[in-house]
Design a binder for this molecule. Structure first.
Ligand code: HOZ
Length: 440
């Protein structure tokens, strides 16, 4: 049944649920960005979702450009996925023992991402990134790691870190509860800064276990690693025996069937990372993630090798059913062609609306992932992303929300288009932006 796209009169259920939630759950949410702290106002409590839309607790409909922060590439409630999940549920929720479906999912992933020879399934992107780092350290016998300012790899202690005072010093924790000693081996560099990268390798080269990077950073909205920068990352890692780890939790199966690494391989012949961290789309909306790499590295993992890693719900039978059904759908002919075209029609429409009304605006997209900035030029690093006028973004966000368009409630998050978004959804979104920009 279609629920009306209007807010009923009377007290808001979203607001009363938020008040109740805040009594029991810190900030009223189970993941901070959901609390709308950056943009202000009341979070929308989701009642149900279908296709490209969800309805909040007040019965209002939204066009959803978050899609559970990336996993819902087919839209909500895709029939083939629902059917696979229902069938799996009837067979049992969790066994803590291997299943055929885990093997099938591993086979699918390894087939689609040529840099992977083996994978281990886990339950979240954080767990996958944390385990990949432990494995990289175990496999190389080195302690130091490189990450980039603005890239987010989940909330493992060693990764909650910002740049120290220089290249000779390592990072500082960005969260209370992370002791400085825990991040003393994490070197934080500026994204897309080749000279700094070279200097870091010249200083620390042969002691660095891995360099972890979001190839298209979706946690500073949408910033691509430039081709020359990525090429240099690959060359320096190879020269120093450092493992290049791609965090493709957001970009994997989202920007292309082979992930962002296949996009870079179009411009850098033979390009591939040594290890890859996956999440979101591979679970199709269920808690499922993975990390993988060459056989030689992956065989260092327990029970074969000395690097310990485990999980009660790893390879969960319902999650793997959901992931497999999703991966099968995205391999259908023209899937990415159509998804990319739809995403491009959104960003070009928004750009045109901004330029017709004289609003500074720039945007980029790849496959079903996009970003936009209220800036004249696409930023190349975190510091420039942060020059965005955040009150202006917040006003835009709320104007869109009022019009039933749900973007991420923070300017440093990417957006996602699904196969369920229609031309009419895109048109409605662009028209709403045009109306707002004209009033600005
Ligand atoms: N990791 C997401 C932000 N980049 C937030 C996930 C959530 O709140 O669901």
């Amino acid at each position: 049944m279609e629920l009306p796209n209007t807010k009923p009169s009377g007290p808001s259920r979203n607001e009363s649920l938020f008040q109740r939630a805040k009594q029991l759950i810190p900030g009223g949410v189970n993941s901070p960005v959901r609390a709308f702290k950056a943009v202000g106002g009341t979070p929308r409590f989701v009642q149900r979702a279908a296709g490209a839309h969800f309805w909040d607790a007040d019965g209002k409909r939204y066009i959803d450009y978050i899609g559970s922060w990336g996993p819902m590439i087919l839209g909500h409630g895709h029939p083939a996925v629902v059917e696979a999940v229902q069938a799996a549920l009837l067979e049992g929720f969790s066994f803590g023992a291997p299943t055929e479906r885990e093997v099938e999912l591993a086979e699918e992933i390894v087939k689609l991402v040529p840099s992977l020879e083996m994978v281990r399934l886990v339950s979240s992107g954080t767990e996958a990134a944390m385990s990949a780092i432990r494995l990289a350290r175990g496999a190389t016998g080195r302690s130091k790691i490189i990450k980039f300012e603005g890239c987010y790899h989940g909330h493992a202690d060693a990764l909650l870190v910002k740049a120290g005072s220089g290249l000779a010093t390592f990072g500082n924790p960005t969260s209370a509860g992370v002791p400085p000693e825990v991040v003393q081996h994490t070197l934080v560099l500026e994204y897309n800064h080749i000279a700094q990268l070279e200097e870091a390798f010249a200083l620390h080269g042969n002691t660095i276990a891995c360099l972890m990077i979001e190839p298209i950073a979706g946690n500073m909205n949408f910033v691509r690693a430039s081709i020359p920068f990525m090429k240099r990352c690959r060359e320096l890692c190879t020269a120093h025996g450092t493992l290049l780890v791609f965090d493709e939790v957001m970009t994997g199966f989202r920007v292309a069937l082979g992930g962002a690494q296949s996009v870079y391989a179009r411009s850098i012949p033979g390009f591939k990372p040594d290890m890859t961290v996956l999440g979101k789309v591979i679970g199709g909306g269920m808690p499922l993630a993975a990390f993988g790499g060459s056989r030689q590295v992956m065989e260092q993992l327990a029970p074969m090798g000395p690097v310990y890693q485990a999980g009660t719900l790893s390879g969960n039978p319902v999650a793997t059913a959901c992931g497999l059904a999703t991966l099968r759908e995205i391999q259908k002919p023209d899937f990415y062609h159509t998804l990319s075209a739809r995403t491009r029609s959104l960003v070009t429409g928004l750009s045109a609306a901004a330029s017709q009304t004289g609003v500074p605006f720039c945007t980029d997209s790849e496959g079903g992932m996009f970003g936009f900035f209220l800036l004249d030029q696409l930023p190349q690093n975190y510091a420039t992303v942060m020059t965005t006028d955040s009150p202006a973004f917040n006003r835009f966000f709320h104007a869109m929300l009022d019009d039933g368009i749900y973007y991420a409630p923070a300017l440093y998050e990417a957006g996602f288009v699904s196969a369920a978004h229609t031309a009419a959804d895109i048109e409605a979104t662009v028209s709403a932006a045009h109306r707002y920009f004209s009033r600005m």
